[in-house]
Design a protein around this ligand. Sequence first.
Ligand code: ZN
Ligand code: FE
Length: 256
Amino acid sequence: MSKLDIEQFACLTDNYAVLIHDEEAGVTASIDAPDAEAILKRLEAKGWKLTHLLVTHHHNDHTGGNLALKQATGCKVIGPAGEAERIPGLDEAVKEGDVVPFGNFEIKVLDTPGHTIGHIAYWIPDARVAFVGDTLFAMGAGRIFEGNAEIMWTSLKKLMELPPNTEIYCGHEYTVANARFALTIDPENLALQNRAKEVDQLRDLGKPTLPTRIDRELETNPFLRPHVTAIRARLGMPYEPDWKVFAEIRERKNKA
Ligand code: ZN
Ligand code: FE
């Protein structure tokens, strides 16, 4: 199996930029373009030439660097068909079921609407990695700006069904605040208690808490656990469908 190099670094206030690189094939992609200058600097330091820009959604903290990156590198801009007209410099619109060839790898596109209506994620099965933008976070989930709770829940369920050992790269470092909120919903969860301490320590050392993994999220992320009896009992929603319990957790986080 070919090797995929992954370079994640913080930029803007709390965004992450991620570069992926297949050395053998000589291709490099940026996941989103939060900060063109920071990304170009990192590309130069690594000696990588940007060939692809994979956009998850139209928000400015994910597309603000599109045109500058395209102009500086000639990279191909790939992004969500569902909001194609809002993606600066878009060359190729993609949607669920599409496969983007990337060196020795295939990148599968997943529709994950809810945060924005066209939001997509990129999954590379052979590298056991997925880039989920602002849909799923460590112990959290994206705000619902353009969809509704039922749509967002369907997107999260799709990510929950990825292989459990899939590494998940997210758009933001929101983990410490997410952990604090998660403990109000699922306080008896030992795995969550331990993880909350662990991410505090990581941040105290200035280290990223990401990537995460699907199995860790299934254990500790309250947004992915609306079926859990203890959580339902705490919310007083024993018999509601999962998506409604999810909606209530999302509501509470909005007010937290
Ligand atoms: Zn966003
Ligand atoms: Fe964002």
